[in-house]
Design a protein around this ligand. Sequence first.
Ligand SMILES: [Zn+2]
Length: 471
Amino acid sequence: MTSHSQYRPTSQARTTGFPKYLDNVRTKKGPFTDPAVELGPPAIEQMEKMKILVIGAGGLGCELLKNLALSGFKDIHVIDMDTIDISNLNRQFLFRKSDVGKSKAEVAARFVEKRVRGVKITPHNSRIQDFPDDFYRSFQIVVSGLDSIEARRWINAKLIDLLDEDNPQSLIPLIDGGTEGFKGQSRVILPTITSCIECQLDMHAPRAAVPLCTLASIPRQPEHCIEWAHIIAWEREKPYPNLDKDDPNHITWLYQRALERGQEFGIGGITYQLTQGVVKNIIPAIASTNAIIAASCCNEALKIATNTASFLGAGEANYMMYSGNDSIYTYTFLHEQKPDCPVCGQQTKELTDVDANWTLREFLEWLGVHPAAQLKNASVRAEGKTLYMRAPKMLEEQTRGNLDLMLGHGLAVLSNGSAGGGDGKKVDADGDHDGAAAVRIAGLGLESGTEIAVTDEAFPGQQFQFILRFK
Ligand SMILES: [Zn+2]
């Protein structure tokens, strides 16, 4: 490992360079400054009093903390529940080998405090869900550098929930950065004013699989060859009884098959590492993408804090996307708010194509994968009545029976298999099968147009409203 000293800024840069140039930006109007805005020392004082929260001290978080501190924010908090792993060290540059096993938030905070004079960073080695509302209310800006969609949805809904329309101070902008390999985005969410995470949840839907026919007949990319080896060749040849994705012998076998397949179709770029990545569904974390996205997020924070220029979300655009896949490409656009967003919208979202003959269990499974809902552990109420609650245990036991009931009015079924419309193979609610008498599959009696309220363990304290539309 190289010595740290070569990365240390010179003493001149420390004492003069950085504050002077920073103050130029913060006190002098530029071509993008709103003419009505007054810049000057009061703006700096105000910024220095601001409390800013960073969520995540990983790849993006390290960059964010360093950038925000160097941009003149003085009171920064950081939340991260993770500890440092050796595999983080190639890009999470605030950590050293001796830090492995320690809290990311704590090590990152101490490192930046040591290197940037006058900044106070308060680390929290906890889950974001563990803080009371007053904790979040105490910040003027929240910046998230998360890799989990669940955590993003949670903080998004929390900040929207905290908005009190009679109190402008309660509006806390959320600057959200995200990266995936060579791609990334940064965006500013002004609760209920701009589109939120939930408004375009479908953009975060699990990626569609490559059709099997493409894998079997016309592979075009190295990934297709690897998936072919993974899905088709492995099943056909069964070189080992079970595929162990952590066993290098198994990955080597897949890699060699994929390589042969690639040669056959003239497709290059198949490596052992790519094979491992595709099979284990790993998207590589890339330091330069993190640096670019964090810089953009910090830039937005600085603009919001100082008014030196119009920030994303205030004007025509609220979303910046970046791609480094084929050369460097970036653009900003307006992502529109959805009036029926279950979190920030005024209208209740309609769930169309619901089948009245689904059991409640089938409906909940569908809700888990529906691109606009993605609620995997849902509890549900309708018209003031609890249909299913996962917790507490007693309520779960009381409502469990409803899981096997149909959403609509149920069906009359003949036990010889002919049904009064629809699926006759289902066991009726009473378990009564004998004789030729007609039996009924009981239903919950919901109508098309019924409004349901869904809660999910992953989003404590939040309620999603939907209207059911039967097909
Ligand atoms: Zn929304």
